[in-house]
Design a protein around this ligand. Structure first.
Ligand code: S3P
Length: 167
């Protein structure tokens, strides 16, 4: 397998944790588009949203994805909104796209203590997750070459079945 493996899915679905693990197992490099955006822009994501706005972030995210795809044998974890931008579709399609599918309950469990996600700085986090997931579900599904359910499973378990499924 030489194609890049690109992990997509909602915030809190475990893309970064699982991605690091998977990259280690495959001997691939690991890239996280959120980390790359912060590195390139030299400020944290909440600050980018606050001072420059979401559409600026989306452009920086596309640039980071393009940068990530420049070389092969990489596992690339993406931000949850990567599928919302048409500009990313062709880029994503150059890799093997894996959708980490999580339920609203699992997502809520994973993100409820986090403060680093500007789109979830809302009064009713659970309702926002449900509404955004409803909007994005089809986009994740349409972009994915492979879907795996992550609810109640450890990164190690998910990684093992991914390695079997991607062979
Ligand atoms: C976003 C998800 C975040 C980050 C940004 C926007 C989204 O990444 O890119 O806050 O639109 O879903 P994670 O999915 O890694 O939390």
């Amino acid at each position: 397998m030489t194609k890049n493996i690109i992990l997509i899915g909602f915030m809190g679905s475990g893309k970064t944790t699982i991605g690091r693990f998977l990259a280690g197992e495959l001997g691939f490099d690991f890239i996280d588009t959120d980390e790359l955006v912060e590195f390139n822009e030299k400020i944290p994501i909440p600050e980018i949203f606050q001072t420059k706005g979401e559409s600026y972030f989306r452009k920086a995210e596309t640039a980071a994805l393009r940068q990530g795809m420049e070389k092969g044998q990489r596992v690339i974890a993406t931000g949850g909104g990567i599928v919302t931008q048409d500009a990313n579709k062709a880029l994503l399609n150059k890799g093997k796209v894996v959708y980490l599918k999580a339920s609203p309950d699992q997502i809520y469990k994973n993100v409820r203590k986090s403060t680093s996600r500007p789109l979830l700085k809302v009064e009713d986090v659970y309702a926002t997750i449900c509404a955004m997931l409803e909007e994005r579900q089809e986009l994740y599904q349409a972009a994915a070459h492979y879907t795996i359910s992550v609810d109640g499973r450890t990164p190690k378990e998910i990684c093992r079945s991914l390695l079997r499924g991607l062979r």
